[in-house]
Write a protein that binds this ligand. Structure first.
Ligand code: NAD
Length: 499
């Protein structure tokens, strides 16, 4: 069985603790590798080396750092298939979806090629007699990224690219379920010219995460994962005086107005609800049609589309729509939630529980599941299912649909499908959710903007990638300078008199 490593000081390094966790092939249910779980001592050594490496990297001018990002982007493109295969092998998502995972991360690296422009400070001439003010953005030092299983390329890239382009060193702790892609990305960064030690990939579990949160040298923590862990990480990192931004789970609603193009809405719901087996923080898990006529029209269109979905391993070809869930525990949990929906009175329209593929009977697959007549009291509404389950909650009016979305504790993404500009505009301005789609089911902002949810979907300040990431990974220093030769005779007095 393959033994995975950490990436320390530019080399693959074996774990020394003897503690490992299994990495599964989710399509077959077999263990395909084991990943080492780092100790506090291993983290300490990695951080000490990162701190040393950061001194030179932080002093390297931003344009040179941007050139490393340029080469890195080119190398990601050249290695697209290899990276996508690593994603699919451990995560189980289809190859086109895995290429999308790499691509959305690559786009953030591309923005980081413009780091010098994003790192510029402000300048004020003649703030007083002979006085000029300017501000500069300086790196924080050593920062940490802690990432989830569901985007093994994209989210590590969202963390590492802006942090490194800003002149920091990073300790990256990827998900222990999908660690290989981060190790490959670290190799590519070395080829792109990143000095050894500036990016350390430390694999592990809660033990190393807690050590990161308490580490005196680590200045900031960027986390993405489930809401309870995000809240915990934020609290512990912040109480230790660190900068922290912690992005959590979601329950994204899509409102379908009676005037919407129903075929387009149904296509969007199938892609956004079942794509990647529903394991996306921007998946649509709740459809909210306004009026019974709209709801019936939607069900009529959803069922044949769902029946056509092809579920299978990523090796079965490019026409597979989605793959298995990440673990057996996740498969059991999702099936249990479907049963709870039935028991609590929702109408089960399509049932994915008894789903099996010949030759892959032990894979963690769940078939596409559609519920109608779901109500907010049911567990399938309250929980983030993170599986291929779409719940339809019928709303009487637009105001009811808006209220339902706003009362939900999560606030990552939402969408409205309508032909009416006034309704769409009203929705976008009133809804208390961080990312809004208008006739667009998964409104992940392009990389020149920033990504982040509201309410229980994010804790801390500033969003991920784009201009916000450069603010998060730098601190501002403001200099007030006075040059006496610039003060004309009586100038200072004249200035005071003007006050
Ligand atoms: P997770 O919270 O289980 O794990 C995320 C990271 O935290 C991993 O690196 C893991 O090792 C670590 N971790 C897990 N339990 C821990 C503990 N008790 N103490 C310290 N560290 C711990 O999340 P996941 O299952 O890997 O990912 C899926 C979740 O991530 C979903 O809830 C999804 O919505 C969310 N997500 C959010 C976004 C976003 O930007 N808001 C993006 C992607 C995924």
């Amino acid at each position: 069985m393959q033994e995975l490593t950490h990436w320390i000081n530019g080399k693959h390094v074996k774990g020394t603790t003897g503690r490992f966790t299994d990495v599964y092939n989710p399509a077959t249910g077999e263990v395909q590798a084991k990943v080492p779980l780092a100790s506090v001592a291993e983290l300490d050594a990695a951080v000490a080396d990162a701190a040393r490496a950061q001194v030179g990297w932080g002093a390297t001018n931003p344009q040179r750092r941007a050139r490393v990002m340029m080469k890195f982007a080119a190398l990601i493109n050249e290695n697209m298939d290899k990276l996508a295969e690593a994603v699919s092998r451990e995560h189980g998502k289809t190859l086109p979806d895995a290429r999308g995972d790499v691509q959305r991360g690559l786009e953030v690296v591309e923005v980081c090629m413009g780091a010098p422009a994003l790192l510029k400070g402000e300048y004020m001439n003649d703030g007083g007699p002979g006085i000029d003010l300017f501000s500069m953005r300086q790196p924080l030092g050593v920062v940490a990224g802690i990432t989830p299983f569901n985007f093994p390329a994209m989210i590590p890239l969202w963390k590492m690219a802006p942090a490194l382009a800003s002149g920091n060193a990073m300790i990256l702790k990827p998900s222990e379920r999908c660690p290989s892609t981060s190790l490959l990305l670290a190799e590519l960064l070395q080829q792109a010219g990143l000095p050894d030690g500036v990016l350390q990939v430390v694999n592990g579990d809660k033990e190393v995460v807690d050590a990161i949160l308490d580490h005196e040298v680590i200045q900031a923590v960027g986390f993405v994962g489930s809401t309870p862990i995000a809240q915990y990480i934020y609290g512990r990192a912040a109480s230790n005086g660190k900068r922290a931004q912690c992005f959590g789970g979601a329950k994204n609603h899509m409102i379908i107005m009676p005037d919407a193009d129903m075929d387009k809405a149904a296509d969007a719901l199938v892609g956004a609800g079942f794509g990647a087996a529903g394991e996306r923080c921007m998946a649509i898990s709740v459809a909210v049609p306004v009026g019974d006529k709209t709801a019936d029209a939607l069900i009529e269109r959803l069922v044949p589309r769902i029946e056509k979905l092809k579920v299978g391993p990523y090796t079965a070809g490019e026409d597979v729509d989605y793959g298995p869930l990440i673990t057996k525990a996740s498969q059991d949990r999702v099936k249990g939630l479907i049963t709870s929906g039935v028991n609590q009175g929702a109408t089960l329209v399509t049932d994915g529980r008894d789903f099996s593929i010949q030759g892959y009977e032990n894979g963690f697959f769940v078939g596409p599941t559609l519920f109608d007549n779901v109500t907010p009291e049911m567990d399938i509404y309250k929980e983030e299912i993170f599986g291929p389950v779409l719940s339809q909650v019928r709303a009487k009016t637009y105001e009811d649909a808006l209220k339902l979305t706003m009362d939900n504790p999560y606030g990552n993404g939402t969408a409205i499908f309508t032909a009416d500009g006034d309704t769409a505009r009203d929705f976008a301005s009133r809804v208390n959710v961080g990312m809004v789609g208008i006739n667009f089911p998964i409104p992940v902002p392009l990389s020149y903007f920033s990504f982040g949810g509201w309410k229980k979907s994010a804790f801390g300040d500033l969003n991920q990638y784009g201009p916000d990431a450069f603010r998060f990974y730098t601190k501002t220093k403001t200099v007030t300078a006075r040059w006496f030769s610039g003060i004309k005779e009586g100038g200072e007095f004249a200035f005071k008199a003007m006050d």
